[in-house]
Design a protein around this ligand. Sequence first.
Ligand code: MN
Length: 129
Amino acid sequence: MKIVSPVDEPGGSGRGGSTFTGEVFTYVTMEYTDGAAVTNVCFTPGARTFWHSHENGQILLVLAGKGWTQSDGQSKQVIRAGDTVWVPAGELHWHGATNQSYMTHKAISLGNTAWSQAVSDADYQQDVS
Ligand code: MN
């Protein structure tokens, strides 16, 4: 057993780069341990991940706000505080805030993450199914 307590330092922030569009604030609560990592991510309005997949899947626990998520070949869906999202292994997807709200989730990522291209504005702004 291993108990990882938060450290007394601010999380990182990012804007742009090769994994996120827009401004996000990340806080790693558990570095990769036996293939699992736990990270809190706060997305500002309009911010979202690039398209990506997780080797062994990912659990998203939506803690606050309202966001959008989409898997490749499916319609965009709304996620809200209290929702739990299971992303199957290898499924190409993205997640982020809506264009008018913040969204914070705790992400439990299993295995390596494979990053792809940015989510286009057309994909991001599409109507919710
Ligand atoms: Mn993901």
